[in-house]
Design a protein. Sequence first.
Length: 461
Amino acid sequence: MTSLDQCSPWTAPHVDHELPGPRSAEFLALQQRHESNARTYPRRLPIAIEEASGSFVRDVDGNVFIDFLAGAGVLSLGHNHPDLVAAMTAQLGRLTHGLDFPTPAKEEFIEAQLSMLAPGLRDRMKFHFCGPTGANAVDAALKLCKTATGRGDVISFQGGFHGSSHAAMAITGLVSQKQPVPNGVPGIHFFPYSYCARCPLDLTPDTCTTNCAGYLERSLRDGNGGVPLPAAVILEMVQGEGGIIPARADFVRRVRELTLELGIPLVVDEVQSGCGRTGTWFAFEQYGIEPDVIVASKALSGIGTPVAVILYDRRLDVWAPGAHTGTFRGNQLAFAAGAEAVRVFRRDDVLGNVRQRGEQITRALAGLHADPWVSEVRGRGLMWGIEFADPTDGGPAGELATEVQARALRRGLIVEVGGRADCVVRLMPPLNVTAEVVDTACAILVGAIAEATRDKARQEA
Ligand SMILES: Cc1ncc(COP(=O)(O)O)c(C=O)c1O
């Protein structure tokens, strides 16, 4: 897999300073003065970034970290992949912004994306280019389905995350984001997701027959169920921000069967799980279903230049010209990089690497099951979560996960947290990460967890 290596100047992390280092501290202070109180990542990852390459970032103090956050899953081929940089550089002098005019770069991007779909799906899908965020594409998907069905309600799932715009936030589970913003989008109904580690119906695996799907079925079929036939059901195959929770296969299949039977468009939000993250181009492929609408964004360009699309069944294409506009729908640099990214995926068998590195992570983290504070280690491909729970009452141990994140950072590994009360440490490395980097990162993580849980046990004693 040496072709995956991208001549990064770094092969190992090193942290030579207390964090934040002195220059990072200056930048963080400036940020606090100039930027919004709503800023997030640097609060728990207190560094200012100078440069990056492949799976590594270097902060302004010279500390080098392995980056298993990868721009929140955006940098599927790592930082500054040379082939993507070359494709963008070539495009830069030609055309950078094209509104929604057809352009050669856009057409190449579309063809590349279509080539990653199964033939049947490829033939029935149309693209809409949205404003360049996942949330904007989620909004577009809801508008499309409402327009096509003439219905106003939407079904979403507990624990899901779909973005921070008004509508995307409304279908997101995270109550703390919604509470301070009254009068959200109406007509949203939340149903339980197949989160078996914390079953929303309080069932144990031996008594479960995927009752979460059954509950949805019964509610929609019950004339007294209180939920009108919705415009859409929106679903993540793997809840990402919700704590890396892969949906159960029978749950997804039953939701698909039900939505087909009742004529409800099924929207799969693949903003985080898409573009190879789980080992197939889209995660829904692993569930043997085909959705009506696919939402994709984050890793479409592979290098962080923003782009967001919905792909949808052409029978839904009844919305009017201008139904979902946006100035920034024509980022030619993102299109050039995205088309090149697909070529690199094929050339370097990046999906194969995702599967192999995923198996490597399974093996490397297997010992964590013995830790009483680790309630579950789960994932698909290169999307992994380690959930921490209090062994006495099973409650989410968010503080411990945050402590692990801080200790991992001090040892040279950037990871994110998520899930209920942030009790899940999440791993989202670049998809072309090498075996050596995965080995180093897992060793750091296992060490950080051992240290944090040992100290926790001491405190409790
Ligand atoms: C599944 C999912 N949908 C939508 C979004 C929103 O994307 P953006 O932050 O680009 O608006 C995210 C972001 O993390 C996501 O994970």
